[in-house]
Design a protein around this ligand. Sequence first.
Ligand SMILES: [Zn+2]
Ligand SMILES: [Zn+2]
Length: 344
Amino acid sequence: MKAVRLLQVGKPLEDAEIPVPQIGPSEVLIRVAAAGICHSDAHYRAGVSKIESLPVTLGHEVAGRVEHVGKDVSNVSAGDRVCVHYLLYCGSCEFCVRGLEQFCRSGQMIGKHRDGGYAEFINVPARNAFALPDEISFEVGAIMMCSSATVLHALNKARLRAGESVAIFGFGGLGFSALQLARAFDCGEIYVVEINPTKLASATKLGAVAIDAKSGDPVEQIKEATNGKGVDVSLELVGSAQTMRQAAQSLGVLGRAALVGLTAESMSIFPYTELINKEAEIIGVSDHLASEIPTLLEFVRSGKLRFPPGSLRVVDLDAGQVNAALDAVQHSIDHVRTVIVPKE
Ligand SMILES: [Zn+2]
Ligand SMILES: [Zn+2]
């Protein structure tokens, strides 16, 4: 079968011809119908995030049709439309038994630790395959399995309840999902903090209160807009110490800040005034859980989470096109996501 693979870190991906994977008794073979090209894939190619064993087929945002199932598989059948939960887990370690498989002692991510979806076929354990409702296209089924799933996990970690106010720091692809998902939780007022005027305008259009961080301290602006109270939940999606600090400072009494963006910088907090006195919480968010996928699928199926037309671009399963898309991802700031759709 055809696959687009990373052979050497720092070099472009290459076209390869490799065998169709064999499946074990509890696995499924999926014919890939769509594979999302993600920012992390650009990091793997560049060596910013380390990949231990090469060559590997990248691609962790995958949807397709089940081709074959192993003899012990009962949750899906050949011909089913499915999307793939990208984290493979043992199911029996101290974390897996508590439903926290993102900390699995032997967890493996597809498209990083083992071959992913930039290929005609992929094999995964059957429990990683989730039925994709007919209302959801393969392309959307692929891209929702990464950033949108992680944003949903962030809102769950922050224990967002109906009526609570939310501040979203950063309005790229993650922020766009965050706004809709927060609303799917029936949240109260949403404040979107950004410096990009186009993104602020699109947040306003979606009913959020735009907070222009260029025109003044966003924390002050949020305090003012909430009559000095601060917000119940804040989401940091930028990945900078400054916005993380602001996300914490924007909280009101019993507020929760969920940090999703990645940074190696350190941040400072005044424990008494900013946390203790308010019983506020700062929460780290890592990946998402298989148990959250059904809720996410239902939000997309019912139209509560949408990916607007024009937000998806399609390329062939071809190294040249995939590398060009990865180059674009490295520099791009727009909402457009690229999805590989292999030719039948
Ligand atoms: Zn991704
Ligand atoms: Zn485990």
